[in-house]
Design a protein around this ligand. Structure first.
Ligand SMILES: [Zn+2]
Ligand SMILES: [Zn+2]
Length: 331
């Protein structure tokens, strides 16, 4: 089969590798769509992936083409979405049901071969069956949605709250959709890129601006969510947390970046700062929300590339011009 290989940081090749074959508890999926996100850019630039070469791609859907002999609940032809998380199930954190903090954390497309390939080998427990006839390209949004659902698990979910979201890319927009589902009193979205704010407007979010100072919210916001990982945005966002409010660090900052925080303010105004990492018991709920139509995939997905053009897709994503970029390995 054809696959994308990040050979070393900054270097991508299209390679020919043997078709995968399943062990008794694995399945082989013919990949329909694989989304590109900031994590893939970090991997391309040499972060996250513990070793190279690696086949990237962790936001994926496809159709089952082969099943191991001990797989009983899946059939060839089933349309599926795949949770990329591979937790050991045995370490200190896994035993505390915190598998996303696993001491031997792995993920398809990060530390194990991913879906930027014609076929993907997956443990059966990572497979989530979708309904027949589902649009598999749109359904590749389920994985990032499951990360957003995990983010909300870390937040107080109080109806009538005011939300401020930094970043109007896929993750910011998913966070905004979930704020709506959670009964937000208002949802404000800030992004320096006016093009990205247009998508927010298409989705019905009217409080959008290139600076949070434009929003009339004198007490600040109950919930501020950073979906950028950009230090200036994070510092700005912290200054808009209402007394008693919560700040969620969802965007991925560079590993050694630092921000200044005023401990007196955290104490005196009872500020909560939380983080959220990847997926944790949230994939099934993302499937439910997706099936219920919480996302407008047509508005979110802007670009489609064949597998051979994976590197072009990465660069296009990095340029910030489009919205969600999908690679279609068998399209
Ligand atoms: Zn991702
Ligand atoms: Zn573990």
């Amino acid at each position: 089969m054809k696959a994308v290989s990040v050979v070393t940081p900054g270097k991508i090749e299209i390679i020919d590798v043997p078709d995968p074959s399943p062990s008794s508890t694995q399945v082989v999926v013919e990949v329909a769509a694989v989304g590109i996100c900031g994590t893939d850019l970090h991997i391309f630039e040499g972060e996250f992936a513990p070793k190279f070469p690696i086949i990237p791609g962790h936001e994926m859907t496809g159709t089952i083409v082969e099943i191991g002999k001990d797989v009983t609940n899946l059939e060839i032809g089933d349309p599926v979405a795949i949770d990329p998380s591979v937790h050991c199930g045995e370490c200190f954190y896994c035993r505390r049901a915190r598998g996303n903090l696993c001491e031997s954390w792995n993920a398809l497309g990060v530390s194990m071969p991913g879906a930027a390939a014609q076929y993907l080998l997956s443990p059966k427990k990572n497979i989530h069956k979708l309904s027949r006839g589902v649009d598999l390209e749109s359904a590749a949004l389920i994985e990032p949605l499951s990360c957003a659902v995990r983010g909300y698990d870390q937040l107080p979910r109080i109806p009538g709250s005011h939300y401020l979201i930094y970043g109007s890319g896929t993750m910011g927009l998913m966070m905004a959709e979930l704020a709506r589902v959670n009964g937000a009193a208002s949802i404000s979205i800030v992004d320096l890129n006016e093009e990205k704010l247009k998508t927010a407007k298409t989705l019905g979010f009217t409080n959008v601006a290139t600076s949070a100072s434009k929003f009339n919210q004198p007490r600040g916001f109950d919930v501020v969510i950073d979906c950028t990982g950009v230090i200036a945005a994070i510092e700005d966002g912290l200054s808009y947390v209402m007394p008693g409010g919560t700040f969620l660090q969802f965007g991925v900052a560079n590993q050694d970046a630092k921000v200044g925080i005023n401990p007196f303010w955290i104490y005196n105004k009872e500020i909560t700062i939380v983080g959220s990492m990847a997926v944790l018991h949230s994939f099934d709920r993302a499937v439910e929300l997706f099936t219920n139509g919480v996302l407008n995939a047509d508005a979110m997905i802007s670009d489609r590339y064949p597998l051979d053009k994976y590197e072009d897709a990465l660069h296009a994503f990095k340029s910030g011009k489009g919205r969600k970029t999908m690679v279609l390995p068998n399209g």
